[in-house]
Write a protein that binds this ligand. Structure first.
Ligand code: FAD
Ligand code: AMP
Length: 473
């Protein structure tokens, strides 16, 4: 191990490991310090995303979808299946293998790019020095031309529902349950709460989600969130809004006390998942002599180019402002590596796609109708439902719609909101459109293959100008 590098990255999640690879591609010597240990023992690259976030949650969403298909959907196709047996331990083991394969893949990429993986804790010192405390061995002081902080985030805990890793769980624990709880409570009906609630609902739990806000999925376009809520409730998710959890008591079950508009309420559940958001990992990140500026919520303060207040020190991903999304962190990592190399790196924060991997999926990019109204921006809106889409009908996936918002004068696409099957894939076309400053007319004049779900994007673009073909405008 050297003690001086061009770049030291602290954190090997999708923000940090991508920054490390890009810096190495640009000819720099790179070390990446990461303290994560899978299930408390084995060091693993990939951070939250690969180990306890995006990937394991999608693996379980996929497994539970397969199960739901067999138990609830195949009969409609004339396929009768009997003797269906659920082996949750095997499902979890499959998820673990997906994770292990992918984190192993990052390790290979580090080797190929000659990036030094330092297993342990990193702490920023003055003058672009970093204190490295390995899992095994003595502390060392390393020097760098530039330091990139990419330490990510962890679940927020609330006093009313302390987690114990047994009955009251964070999202980490929700990905490890080996039995289907009869009754599952989820505090927080946000992205993670809905995804975890969907997994266990499909596998047979009776799921109740308690959400503090009055509005369901507040950041999502209202028309889309209303549509999605209806679909989730049809599937059996019990979503209770305006609920403030005040206390939990544990015995053989968990007693969850909460207040809603009618007063004090109580539910009994076998497991409780606390999914009320995440907070940045900034404890023990900088030595007390280092004046690293953070904001009131603990995020490292950065400008549009992810420069902190300390020259030569950058911060990217969940530890800084902006959406807590893996791809946002990765793009920031690429931008910072390129700027360190003297290139013009840039992130377009206006065109970051968001996805919720429920059924139907919810995906969006750009502005909501409410945001446009509040900003006084004149806009036109075009919608098209999947119920009128041939492919969606053939797939029995008729729930949801596409909504396109474009500027009333220039027709430039300002936002696209999709609720429906494969919304996560459909949104990519819309992100490209926004990156290229496309108009709704551009999308309307682009040929979309038939029969595909993407024809609903095409029709929604036509509907902006009230000329959709397969609906009355
Ligand atoms: P992280 O992935 O959190 O990585 C930070 C790494 O730094 C960790 O390994 C940590 O151990 C290490 N570290 C922290 N402090 C130190 C230190 N001082 N020294 C050394 N190492 C340190 N996002 C999506 O885009 N799509 C999804 O589908 C999605 N699903 C999710 C599902 C769940 C259940 C969860 C919890 C999150 C999900 N996310 C999703 C969010 C996504 O995981 C995060 O946005 C992303 O991981 C952030 O990347 P990051 O590199 O900034 O930080
Ligand atoms: P997300 O940020 O998408 O992970 O969503 C977290 C959700 O949890 C948000 O919708 C919050 O409104 C909700 N939330 C936060 N604190 C509480 C709480 N104490 N009780 C219920 N819901 C909460």
């Amino acid at each position: 191990m050297a003690n001086s590098y061009d770049v030291i990255v602290i954190g090997a999640g999708p923000a940090g490991y991508v920054a490390a690879i890009r810096a190495s591609q640009l000819g720099m010597s790179v070390a990446c310090i990461d303290e994560f240990r899978r299930k408390g023992s084995e060091p693993a690259l990939g951070g939250t995303c690969l180990n306890v976030g995006c990937i394991p949650s999608k693996a379980l969403l996929d497994s539970s979808e397969q199960y739901h298909k067999v138990t609830d959907e195949l009969a409609g196709h004339g396929i009768n299946v009997s003797g269906v047996d659920l082996d949750v331990s095997k499902m979890i083991a499959r998820k673990d293998k997906v994770v292990a394969d992918l984190t192993g893949g990052i390790q290979q990429l580090f080797k190929a790019n000659k990036i030094e993986w330092l297993q342990g804790h990193g702490k920023l010192l003055s003058d672009r020095r970093v204190e490295f405390s390995p899992h095994k061995g003595k502390k060392q002081t390393l020097e760098a031309g530039s330091v990139i902080l990419a330490t990510g985030s962890k679940p927020i805990e609330i006093g009313a529902a302390p987690t114990d890793g047994e009955r009251v769980l964070t999202s980490d624990g929700a990905l490890e349950m080996t039995e289907v709880p009869k009754r599952l409570g989820v505090i927080g009906a946000g992205v993670i709460g809905l995804e975890m609630g969907s997994v266990w609902n499909r596998l047979g739990s009776k799921v109740v989600l308690l959400e503090a806000q009055e509005e369901f999925l507040a950041p999502v376009d209202h028309q889309v969130s209303r549509d999605a809520k209806r679909q989730f409730e049809k599937q059996g998710l019990d979503i209770r809004l305006n609920c403030r959890v005040t206390e939990t008591r544990q015995g053989k079950t968990v007693s969850v006390h909460y207040e809603d508009k009618d007063g004090s309420q109580n539910i009994q559940v076998d497991k409780l998942i606390v999914a009320v958001g995440r907070r940045p990992n900034t404890e023990e990140l900088a030595h007390e002599d280092v004046d690293l500026l953070t904001d009131e919520r603990g995020f490292v303060h950065v400008n549009d180019h992810c420069e902190t207040n300390i020259p030569g020190v950058y911060a990217v991903g969940d530890v800084v402002r902006g959406p807590m999304l893996a791809h946002k962190g990765s793009e920031e990592g690429v931008m910072v590596a390129e700027r360190i190399a003297g290139k013009p790196g840039h992130v377009n924060y206006e065109a970051i796609p968001w996805v919720i991997y429920t059924d139907p999926e919810i995906a969006w990019v750009g502005r909501t109708e409410k945001q446009l109204k509040n900003a006084g921006t004149p806009f036109r809106s075009g919608t098209f439902g999947f119920a009128a889409n041939g492919r969606a009908r053939a797939m029995d996936k008729t729930a949801g719609m596409v909504k396109i918002l474009s500027h009333a004068e220039t027709d430039r696409v300002l936002g696209v909101h999709i609720c429906g099957s494969q919304a996560s894939e459909l949104i990519a076309e819309c992100v490209v459109a926004m990156e290229f400053a496309a108009s709704a007319e551009d999308l309307a004049r682009t040929i979309h293959a038939h029969p595909t779900l993407s024809e609903s994007v095409h029709e929604a673009a036509l509907a902006v100008d009230k000329r959709a073909i397969h609906k009355a405008n």
